[in-house]
Design a protein around this ligand. Structure first.
Ligand SMILES: [Zn+2]
Length: 380
């Protein structure tokens, strides 16, 4: 029996499962563990069955962009111009909160904390602190955080009521014990402090539904319920400033409990689950009919690309991954090189486009280096 991480209700409505097939983690590794996703009728939360070793997974295995201090993900490619995620996160944060001189800000579940590093480069006079449940990133932190201003595993008592802002950039989706986490954050905030969180939006970034190490897939309803149950007062949920994510701003205090979610939300989540089931079948059928014996490439060396590759029966045909992210180019995924689109070998006649389906066609259309080439595209 599984209970909802937000409202504790029994979860009985399964919307997706991969029993018998490998699952993909948020750092694009395949694991032989099923992905089972449930919808909560009590609060509208969507939840994936927790991996059996969640805490040791983050402490010992999880390695998010830990190759170098500058490594980053692409946020947007527009007319050939690339915006990286860290840059965008800092821009939006500064537009939402007044981070004046002397502001004490804690990045909770921070990993490398590229966002705090970028903030410190802007000389705003703020004092950043860091916290994570792993020792893995401390070498990065040492380079820009003073001694005594970071902690691992437990928040020190000396930090109680200490912070003007606690940020969480893509960490709440990884944490099953949400109530404990919200209480810890509340404890270290001062009375007028803000919680500022960025959380994946499964409805606009459908890959989030099947990431096996994301136990939580929040909806607006479940975010509101989580905050009200933990005595946070919601200031804003913004679903447009960061593509594929919610930006949540809250303060200590009470907020109204949200309405019980309606069937429209449930239908939408169910259809995302069905999209992924049919995506696996479409990949396999296309491979059998059109791609077999042809040299191919996978466009997208992230989560979508890993999912696509895991559904191919003849991975030998895949010669390379293509990605515009300069931090990935020159590295490998699944033993294949990751190359820039302009370096695509002429022998490749099939390109599997493994990007967010909401944007993938436009991204390919904008690429002039593919025009005139004899390539058949498959869109996930
Ligand atoms: Zn619930």
């Amino acid at each position: 029996m599984i209970n909802c991480n937000v409202c504790n209700e029994n979860l009985t409505d399964k919307v997706y499962d991969t029993t018998g097939v490998v699952s993909i983690t948020s750092v694009c590794t395949a694991v032989e563990y099923p992905t089972e996703v449930y919808y909560c009728n009590g609060c509208g939360h969507v939840q994936t069955l927790e991996m059996p070793n969640e805490s040791s997974y983050y402490d010992e295995t999880y390695n998010f962009l830990a190759e170098s201090e500058e490594e980053d993900q692409i946020y947007l490619v527009d007319q050939g111009n690339i915006t990286y995620r860290t840059q965008h996160q800092v821009t939006v944060l500064l537009s939402k909160l007044n981070l004046s001189k002397g502001t004490r800000i804690l990045d909770y579940g921070c990993a490398k904390s590229s966002t705090m590093r970028e903030l410190t480069r802007r000389n705003l006079g703020i004092t950043p602190y860091l916290f994570d449940i792993s020792e893995r990133y401390t070498a990065f932190w040492d380079e820009f955080i003073e001694d005594g201003k970071w902690a691992t595993y437990n928040l020190p008592e000396s930090w109680d009521g200490h912070f003007d802002v606690v940020t969480s950039f893509f960490s709440l989706e990884h944490i099953s014990k949400l109530a404990d986490t919200l209480q810890h954050i509340k404890r270290v905030l001062n009375d007028n402090g803000y919680l500022y969180a960025i959380i994946p939006n499964t409805q606009t970034n459908p890959a989030d539904l099947i990431v096996v190490d994301h136990p939580n897939h929040f909806t607006k309803q479940s975010i509101m319920r989580m905050l009200s149950d933990n005595d946070f007062s919601l200031q804003e949920i913004d679903d447009s400033s960061h593509r594929g994510a919610y930006i949540v701003v809250a303060k200590k205090g009470n907020s109204l409990s949200p309405h019980t979610p309606d069937s429209i939300l449930k239908n939408e989540i169910t259809s995302i689950g069905e999209f992924w089931k049919s995506a696996a079948q479409r990949i396999q059928e296309f491979e059998k009919t059109a791609a077999i014996n042809n040299a191919s490439a996978i466009y997208g060396a992230g989560f979508y690309g890993s999912f696509l590759a895991s559904n191919l029966s003849a991975l030998d045909n895949v010669k390379c991954f293509i990605d515009q992210n300069k931090f990935l180019q020159g590295t490998q995924l699944m033993g294949r090189p990751i190359i820039s689109p302009i370096d695509l070998p002429d022998e490749v006649k099939i390109v599997y486009v493994a990007l967010n389906p909401k944007h993938s066609r436009k991204i390919i259309q904008d690429l002039t280096c593919f025009s005139g080439k004899d390539i058949t595209f498959f869109y996930i």
